[in-house]
Design a protein around this ligand. Structure first.
Ligand SMILES: [Zn+2]
Length: 125
C-alpha cells in the first residue's frame, strides 16, 4: 500500500489544489489511516503550510506540510508523530525519577521531599 502511494504520489514540488487535498485520507508512515484532511492551514507571515486533519475520534490535528511525504490518492506522512493516538503519546510508564534521594549511608531510595532516610534515619542532602 505504501509503495503504491509512493509510486503514484505527486511530488510536493508540484501543485496540489486545495480542493484535491481536502477530504483525502491521511495515512501515516506505518500505513495506518489517521484521519481525513479537513482544511489547509497557513501560518501568517511564514512560509509554513499545514493540513488540518480530522482524526477518527473527531479531533482536529495539525500536520506540517514538511511532514507530508507524498500526496496522491491520499496523503502520506513521513512520520506517525503528529497524529499518534493519545494512548501512544502518553508514556505508559513514568520516566525514571532522577530526583529520588538515595541514602548515602544505606542506599535506600527515599522520596525527593525526604530530609531523612526512612530506613536508617541518616540525614539526606
Ligand atoms: Zn539510610
Amino acid at each position: 500500500m505504501i509503495a503504491y502511494v509512493l509510486i503514484v504520489g505527486v511530488l510536493l514540488s508540484q501543485f496540489v489544489t486545495r480542493d484535491k487535498v481536502i477530504g483525502m485520507q491521511v495515512v501515516d508512515q506505518r500505513g495506518v489511516i489517521v484521519g481525513t484532511v479537513k482544511d489547509i492551514a497557513f501560518t501568517v507571515g511564514r512560509e509554513k503550510i499545514g493540513l488540518v486533519v480530522e482524526t477518527k475520534d473527531k479531533k482536529e490535528a495539525h500536520v506540517q506540510w514538511t511532514d507530508v511525504a507524498a500526496v496522491g490518492d491520499l496523503v502520506l506522512l513521513r512520520t506517525h508523530m503528529p497524529l499518534a493516538p493519545p494512548t501512544l503519546t502518553i508514556p505508559s510508564t513514568a520516566p525514571p525519577s532522577t530526583t529520588s534521594k538515595v541514602c548515602p549511608r544505606c542506599g535506600f531510595e527515599n522520596l525527593p521531599i525526604a530530609n531523612f532516610c526512612r530506613k536508617c534515619g541518616a540525614k539526606l542532602t
